[in-house]
Ligand binder design. Sequence first.
Ligand code: M6R
Length: 363
Amino acid sequence: DKGGHKHFMAKEIAEQPGVLGQALQHYLGTDSEIHLPGAGLDFAGIERITMVACGTAFYACLTAKYWFEQIARIPVEVDVASEYRYREPPITKGTLAIFVSQSGETADTLAALRYCAGKAEKIASVVNVPESSIARESDVALPIYAGVEVGVASTKAFTCQLTVLFMLVLKAARDRGVLDAGTLDSHVQALRGLPSIINQALEQNAAMRDTAYKLSTARDVLFLGRGQMYPLALEGALKLKEISYIHAEAYASGELKHGPIALVDEEVPVIVMAPRDALFDKTVSNMQEVMARKGKVILISDARGLSEASQGVWSSIEMPEIPDALAPILYALPAQLLAYHTAVAKGTDVDQPRNLAKSVTVE
Ligand code: M6R
């Protein structure tokens, strides 16, 4: 049942404020502390984290790496499961291995988990399907409460994965004694405000549709982001490729001048994801290099960012203000909606894109 929407993907995008609220409710108590289900996890003895996943779930891991390192001060390594499983990586005691998977059945992710079993200190998983193989074979399974996701392009599962991972980071930081109660409380308040901010982003739907129409004739599109927005650029490019079949690449904006800028000409839209955070000026200077080569910039930022930097851009999309750490969750929305409307404009099969399966259970 598409609940009145034209596609499951549209329905699942629209469901995000509600399902994120569910996820928050399961992990946040009446106090400000984070409560993990079951026996939970104690990060006191954890020295490093290895995160493994595929596709969009891999980008959730990449985002979480920034959070774990900055907020909980734990070193994190992230890898795609198909590489990790054959690399025979040495696993030291004190390693927490985290596997992220919507379906909980992705063959490579499951194989990577089995490789770590008996070697890592603890195996945790972040899953949407609690009775899945990955959940069952973990020491601790952390559900994301996204509800059934039908569209092949993952949307609500991604934002729920990010939200649960962010709460896990807060728990880790508390266990390790590197997050004071006041700062924890401000993160928790920010999380509680997330569903309504996501709702505000959904109100920008028409602006995203208009920009998507402009995008739909492009042959190649670049996405740029810096810091924790880099994985979001990757996610935006994957969404666009998957459902609109437009060739899209993402780069960390600082990498631009190490090669990809050679691709930029007046035909290439360049989507810049840049909330007005500490790295904003750096990203904007990369964006100006694109504009100097006549690239068509689509700047996605907040009111402050747009007022400072939108002069001369091809198109801009305004996101609500959000506390810096949570920006990746919010900026998933334009990544999803731009891809969605571009695919609709092109008339592709949004929910069942060619050559793709919802769950990749063979390698
Ligand atoms: O079920 P999983 O989260 O393990 O699936 C991983 C990927 O196959 C999945 O995220 C895929 O990349 C999506 N189609 C992305 O939209």
